[in-house]
Design a protein around this ligand. Structure first.
Ligand code: NOJ
Length: 552
């Protein structure tokens, strides 16, 4: 049996490579989503805040991420935890002040980190001044900022569109005009009318405001939703809806061709791109579609969004065959405009979705490593680097999607628990007796305190993974070559690098020439040399330099 070379384990205290530069810097970047409310509280009110993010930026720099995406921190009544914005250029006092943002931006810069602001353009809060004016004066200029329609013949909502959070996507004008307004989410989140050019002007100014104050780009909420069918036609019905269905199931019972995923939205993003051209800002859209051609339309010509999140993988349970097929399709059609993630604040945590415990973690790491070999950005969601499973929520649900639809509904809260920094009360997240979202304590082995120091911890493996792209830029710069594909395994070539992913349940043999020096393995001891072949353990991904060449 031949000996295998490893490039050496991470020790958790590795020097941070230089910041990615150039207009295409984002292509090699690893992003990290901070769910601000649950990251770090500094003022003892039980809610995470901007000052808390600043305090923890060195942790993120050490982890090796390049971009920090901050969930909305704007002024908001908080019906959807910040995704209902009442002032796009103000900071929610619960989360801090503009000065706190400035301090955060300055600290990020010093540490070589970039910041993505989560902009929410599909809807505002019903408390936003634009909506108040639209209601108060149906003939005034703000009326047309929103989507209004007369009732159907029976006096009910104008069409069959439903809200993501349950019930119809229409509510009566509180001003008494007799018209309905559209809301694809809560009634407190009225949809903006992107057919009105004034709305684009407003958002161009909002993006300029944040870029002038240090933002490097935007995660665009519901990017697939902005424009609506002008004739407001019914969506085709896919299956019958009945009482007691989860709102997500109800939503999935319609084909969303008239309220979402419209060609006009892709065209609109060309205007967005023009609006940020002189700001060097990067636009990454939330793109909740299973239609890869529609997805590609938003990114492939490089004149609309820079990239979009492939949500499909993160919304599925463990299904290696389907996942590989999906990923290759997005890779082939999107011209590099992809942002990969296994989970975010809207989904069950990957470790739990993929089987829980050691199994779930092994699968999560194998898949994340493979994603890192595909074109585009790779995003981690806070706590992934600690291998966190879904939180057990104690007390009441906070997620409006479940809280408003009755007990027992699956809730996004499971992914939104406070970060377990330490074994202190409330996980070192807050000094308040109880956090805003009360979740069960986790064993000490999950805490950041423990994992940043413990050799071979999950955190250290993620650190090695994030640094891999910087140490071996070939991994994202060299052309993507599909060298071998089985139902549940892949060999990807990137110059002289090889990424061998075995997502199946049996070991897989690949030619030994692929695996000269192992640069990264998603689990220990996942490679075994056997003559002319190398065996890769089940549910493991290995990044290697070929036997004959040096790594780039
Ligand atoms: C997607 C966000 O990620 C989610 O948290 C939010 O509820 C909806 N968009 C509505 O803004």
């Amino acid at each position: 049996m031949q000996a295998l070379t490893h490039s050496g384990p991470g020790d958790g205290r590795q020097p941070r490579p230089a910041r990615l530069e150039g207009s295409d810097w984002w292509r090699g970047a690893v992003g990290y989503e901070v769910y601000v409310r649950s990251f770090q509280d500094t003022d003892g009110d039980g809610v995470g805040d901007l000052a808390g993010v600043t305090q923890r930026l060195p942790y993120l720099a050490e982890l090796g991420v390049d971009v920090v995406w901050l969930t909305p921190f704007f002024s908001s009544p908080g019906f959807d935890h910040g995704y209902d914005v009442s002032d796009y250029v103000g900071v929610d006092p619960l989360l801090g002040t503009l000065d706190d943002w400035d301090h955060l931006a300055a600290t990020a810069k010093q540490l070589g980190l970039r910041l993505f602001v989560d902009i929410v353009p599909n809807h505002t809060s019903s408390h936003h001044e634009w909506f108040r004016q639209a209601v108060a004066d149906p003939t005034g200029p703000f009326r047309d900022y929103y989507v209004w329609a007369d009732p159907a013949a029976d006096g009910g909502p104008p069409n069959n569109w439903v809200s993501h959070f349950g019930g119809p996507a229409w509510s009566m004008d509180p001003g008494g005009s007799g018209q309905y307004y559209c809301h694809l989410f809560l009634p407190e989140q009225p949809d903006l009318n992107w057919a009105n050019p004034a709305v684009m002007d407003e958002f161009a100014a909002i993006m300029r405001f944040w870029c002038d104050r240090g933002a490097d780009g935007f995660r665009i909420d519901v990017a697939h939703g902005l424009t609506k069918d002008p004739a407001l036609r019914d969506n085709p019905v896919l299956r019958e809806v009945h009482a007691g269905m989860h709102p997500m199931e109800v939503f999935a019972s319609f084909q969303h061709i008239h309220d979402l995923h419209r060609h006009e939205t892709a065209v609109l993003f060309q205007q967005w791109r023009t609006a940020v051209a002189d700001l060097d800002a990067v636009l990454v859209g939330e793109m909740d579609t299973r239609d890869v051609d529609r997805f590609a339309e938003y990114v492939k010509d490089r004149n609309a969004l820079h990239a979009a999140f492939v949500l499909q993988v993160g919304l599925s349970d463990w299904d290696p065959e389907a996942t590989i097929t999906t990923m290759l399709e997005y890779q082939a059609k999107s011209n590099g405009g992809t942002a990969w993630e296994v989970s975010n604040h809207d989904q069950a945590r990957a470790v739990s979705r993929y089987g829980g415990g050691e199994v779930g973690l092994r699968r999560t790491l194998a898949l994340t490593t493979l994603m890192g070999a595909f074109d585009g950005m790779l995003f981690l969601y806070q706590g992934e680097e600690l291998g966190l499973p879904d939180a057990v929520v104690l007390g009441h649900m906070e997620d409006p999607m479940s809280a408003r639809n009755g007990a027992g509904m699956w809730s996004r809260d499971v992914a939104r628990g406070p970060m377990p920094w330490s074994t202190d009360p409330e996980k070192g997240f807050t000094t308040a007796p109880i956090a805003w979202l009360h979740t069960e304590a986790l064993p000490a082995a999950f805490t950041a305190d423990h994992q940043t120091d413990a050799a071979h911890s999950t955190w250290q493996r993620y650190q090695q993974l994030t640094l891999l792209r910087k140490r071996h830029p070939m991994l994202w710069q060299a052309p993507f070559e599909l060298l071998e594909q089985g139902p549940t395994h892949l060999v990807v070539g990137r110059g002289s690098l090889r990424v061998v992913a075995n997502l199946g349940t049996e070991p897989v043999a690949v030619p030994a020439a692929h695996v000269g020096t192992v640069l990264f393995e998603s689990a220990d001891h996942s490679v075994r040399v056997d003559g002319a072949h190398v065996w890769i353990s089940p549910e493991c991904t290995v990044v290697a330099a070929t036997a004959t060449t040096d790594a780039g």
